[in-house]
Design a protein around this ligand. Sequence first.
Ligand SMILES: *Cc1c(COP(=O)(O)O)cnc(C)c1O
Length: 403
Amino acid sequence: MSNIYEKLGVRTVINAVGPATRLSGGVMRPEVADAMRQASQHCVDMAELQAAASAVIARLTGAEAGYVTSGAAAGLLIGTAACVTGLDPLAMNRLPDTTGLRDEVLIPRSHRNFYDHAIRTTGVKLIEVGIADRFSGAGVRDTEAWEIAAAIGPRTAAVCYVAYGHSLPPLEQVVQVAHTANVPVIVDAAGQLPPAANLRHFIDSGADLVAFSGGKAIGGPQSSGILCGRRDLVSAAALQHLDQDILPELWRPPAALIDRERLPGAPQHGIGRPCKVGKEEIVGLLTALELFAAEDPEARRERWQALMTNLVEACRNLPHAHAQLVRDRKRPEIPVVHLDVDEEAAGMTALELVAQLQDGTPCIHANPSDVRDGRVIFGPLCLQPHEPEQIGRRLHQVLGQQA
Ligand SMILES: *Cc1c(COP(=O)(O)O)cnc(C)c1O
């Protein structure tokens, strides 16, 4: 099969990891790719396009306003900037110098992760709260809401909350203590779809801003994301992201996104300007989002389950390994396959098996997060219908060599 990557001498990958950025995300639906192509054929006013996007995102999330970013991480960056500056253009111009501004963001210690670089980019300092004692075998406790309440001070710009099924303290409690002190809560919900109900859940729980990835399960362009929440904060984020190289006399931002009356003047290019989003990404994201929200969740799960069932079938009689369809209690919407390797009999570790899949032809990427337990995980989100069989064939080859 010939494709555009062959011309570049780049291998295509069978992606059983999921929409990871290093593996280029997923495969877009034709409707999304076509929408992007159509978008590319005209020029538009980007602020006007973002205002239209805001209306779509607001309808589907229940938030007051929304904005298309170049990813969830970019959403965290401009969302944090919005919490620091509010609608003050002078403060916007000053970032990442936070002199005289509220320059601290609180985060439960267990929520810290590689993506918090996006928050720190604005110039704020992350203040870790509490101790994730449940990490130890003996411990049961994590950060508690009263500890966040006690850590809030005059320099607190926001509380950052990274949403997972196992995140503690509960979001509602964090929102309550933060709002009591008039501090906004930013939720990183990058990978928390499905369930589609989460489009509304974090907003319903009182979050002031929520960041989602567009390139994960939504199925939008890899370099897209959503920031939604309070109108004034989305407006402040937009002002620090949009191209501002415009004469004041010609500046006519759409009122639905930016209320000029509340501003003494226009800010310069803001701290979000390097995270630019193209019209193609915006239109692609909106198209994917509508499709994602409209798809029957049960039909979506069945589509993924069929891929995983086919993979289990293709792994039948595999030597020295057992494949099993698993519906994780924490992520029941996404069925996965666990391949448990009898490492001694196979003469290779699960990690070595992952490496062989990755280094072979076809190039197959599997999820290695449980290899220390002798387990390789395969996920359905980025697989195409013919690929489970290809994975099974390759597994028979690799594990059969040792038999
Ligand atoms: C994927 C992810 C991100 C980054 O999302 P992008 O859309 O790639 O920017 C941020 N936070 C968490 C928890 C994620 O899983």
